[in-house]
Ligand binder design. Structure first.
Ligand code: HEM
Length: 553
């Protein structure tokens, strides 16, 4: 504090104290303020201040107090990162950002440096370049709350409350238990996912040949369908995954939640004017309209029938035969925790317990992974050299075999170029701000003196895309979370599905690159910048089959 601020503060505090203890007596008061007075203050003014009557003193103190507060406020504000100017007070920079996110961010970084504020979605938000975000999250991370950031921006608390309880961590525990790469059974999911992909590719790319390319106009649908079917096979089993009603649940649940949480409402006039509008909307959709109800009804009916089928089947075979035919899926693991062995599963009680957990896992596993996968796919398709490098990487691993089930999770771990590409895409996706905002729970002072004010959200922006930057860096694989790599979060709540997610992404790309050459005849388009849940790119991808001698799998 400067000496003038100290003087103002001392005068105010003294006057207020006196006013309270003397209850404002009606006679002049003599004070000695000379020790506090700055040297530049004229003696005449000091004399008058020292012989004030109390009423005047209280008046001066009030003005002094108000001025001190104003000075402190202005000084604190002056240390906020610079704000990108905007013309429309209602929209701030929301429109400008949503129309051309990359240009908007690039121009702001050029002009203001690594940290600035922009008024987006009705509030000032701090945006950091990647290096600065890394520094901030790792060195000054205390007081930055990821969960609170996500709740504020994505209404996660409303969305994941699919029933009467939150199921985030229960779902996490379930994934870590049944889809844990440390378990020997994990590799068993490889062939399951591969069979699904091959079936979906066969349907979608049936008419492709080396002479005649095939244009796929909506590759995101291909990504989503592949992942929804793969997750259904892994979670409820290959047989049930073929049921069209179950396929409908898997593909739509994630869509609905993503809509509610971001893609649909964000950027609307309402949300910009009323930042809490999104939350109200989420309450309306989830709790009043109960959009999850039809999915729950189908899930209950179909899973109920499947559980009874498995119980009957188990009764009809002996121990040895059961070992042969026991389904390798998450459902079976869960059933075995709930009396499957004794043949006395209480189906209704079981469904009550697991229904919401399953719905959350379906959401968590499909939409985000499909968007991430479509980014990887478009970026791979954007450059023949990327495909060449990944193809050579795979050729070394496949080693002459043409058996597609060769690419188990443990084999694909060694596809280092593909892994680096996946990590870099997740790190970089350029269309929008990081999906892991942080909320400042207290003022945070940056090394350059700027303050990130309490209550504000912070994002990071990643600069250059360099797909091989993580090659031969064992601590920087696609699943190593850290403050420098936030797409899967960090710490004890880091995404437990990231092992499966990156496997699914890499396998999808590997199977395509092994057989096809891809190109983007019209480039790629970013239709909607992700304010929170990220949006996929769009645009046609042309597939051409490699010459038979070059097809790897
Ligand atoms: C590329 C795809 C994916 C991305 C980018 C992603 C990202 C995330 C992020 C950012 C979180 C929050 C982390 C935090 O709070 O710090 C999270 C949590 C979670 N994810 Fe993922 N995820 C993906 C795929 C998956 C898959 C495939 C599954 C399931 C198999 C899954 C299941 C979960 C669960 C259950 C949680 C909650 C964990 C807890 O709070 O205990 N995710 N994910």
């Amino acid at each position: 504090m400067s000496s003038s601020q100290q003087f103002l503060g001392a005068t105010s505090a003294l006057a207020l104290g006196l006013a309270l203890t003397h209850r404002i007596p009606n006679h002049p008061l003599s004070l000695d303020l000379s020790t506090y007075a700055p040297s530049w203050l004229p003696q005449a003014i000091l004399d008058r201040l020292q012989n004030l009557d109390l009423e005047k003193l209280v008046a001066i103190a009030s003005v002094g107090g108000a001025l001190t507060a104003l000075v402190l406020y202005l000084r604190r504000r002056a240390r906020f990162p610079p704000l990108v100017p905007y013309e429309n007070a209602a929209y701030g920079s929301t429109r400008e950002y949503s129309e051309r996110p990359k240009e908007f961010l690039d121009a702001a970084f050029d002009k203001y440096g690594p940290v600035f504020r922009a008024n987006i979605l009705g509030r000032d938000q701090v945006i950091l370049d990647h290096d600065y975000a890394h520094l901030l999250f790792s060195m000054l991370g205390k007081g930055l709350d990821h969960e609170q950031g996500v709740i504020d921006l994505q209404y996660f608390d409303v969305i994941i409350k699919l029933g009467s309880q939150h199921h985030l961590h229960d779902s996490g525990k379930m994934i870590l238990k049944y889809l844990n790469p440390a378990l020997p059974s994990y590799d068993a999911y490889g062939p399951t996912v591969q069979l699904v992909y091959q079936r979906v590719f066969k349907e979608a790319l049936e008419n492709v040949s080396s002479s005649k390319g095939l244009d796929v106009t909506d590759p995101f649908e291909l990504c989503k369908k592949s992942l929804a079917d793969a997750m259904a096979s892994v979670i409820v089993g290959v047989e049930l995954a073929n049921d069209p009603d179950i396929a409908w649940v898997f593909i739509n649940v994630s869509e609905v939640v993503a809509e509610v949480g971001g893609l649909g409402g964000h950027g609307s006039v309402w949300e910009t004017l009323l930042p809490f509008y999104g939350r109200l909307h989420a309450y309306w959709v989830m709790n009043y309209k109960q959009v999850m109800k039809p999915y729950k009804t189908v899930l209950r009916a179909k899973l109920g029938a499947e559980i009874n089928r498995r119980l009957q089947l188990r009764k009809s075979v002996d121990e040895e035969q059961w070992k042969e035919i026991r389904p390798h899926d998450v459902l079976q693991g869960l059933l075995e925790e709930h009396n499957f062995g004794s043949g006395a599963v209480d189906v209704k009680g079981f469904m009550n317990k697991i229904e919401n957990i399953l719905l959350f896992v379906i959401f968590a596993s499909i939409h985000g992974t499909a968007v991430a996968l479509s980014w990887v796919l478009y970026l791979v398709a954007s450059d023949a050299d990327y495909q060449k490098q990944i193809y050579e990487d795979l050729a070394g691993l496949v080693n002459g075999t043409d058996d597609a089930s060769a690419l188990t999770p443990s084999v694909l771990k060694n596809a280092k170029y593909l892994d680096s590409f996946t990590r870099e895409t997740l790190r970089w996706r350029p269309d929008c701000l990081s999906p892991t905002p942080r909320k400042a729970m207290k003022d945070i002072t940056l090394p350059n003196g700027f303050i990130i004010p309490k209550g504000m959200l912070g994002f990071d922006d990643a600069k250059e895309f360099r797909p091989w930057r993580h090659v031969d860096k064992p601590a920087s694989t696609s699943v190593n979370v850290s403050n420098a790599f936030l797409p899967f979060g960090v710490g004890k709540t880091a995404c437990p599905g990231r092992f499966l997610a990156t496997y699914e992404i890499k396998l999808f790309i590997a199977l395509l690159v092994a057989r096809y050459e891809m190109s983007l005849p019209n480039g790629m388009k970013i239709d909607h910048p992700g304010f929170t849940f990220q949006a996929p790119p769009s645009g046609t991808i042309t597939f051409k089959e490699r010459l038979p001698k070059d097809i790897l799998l």
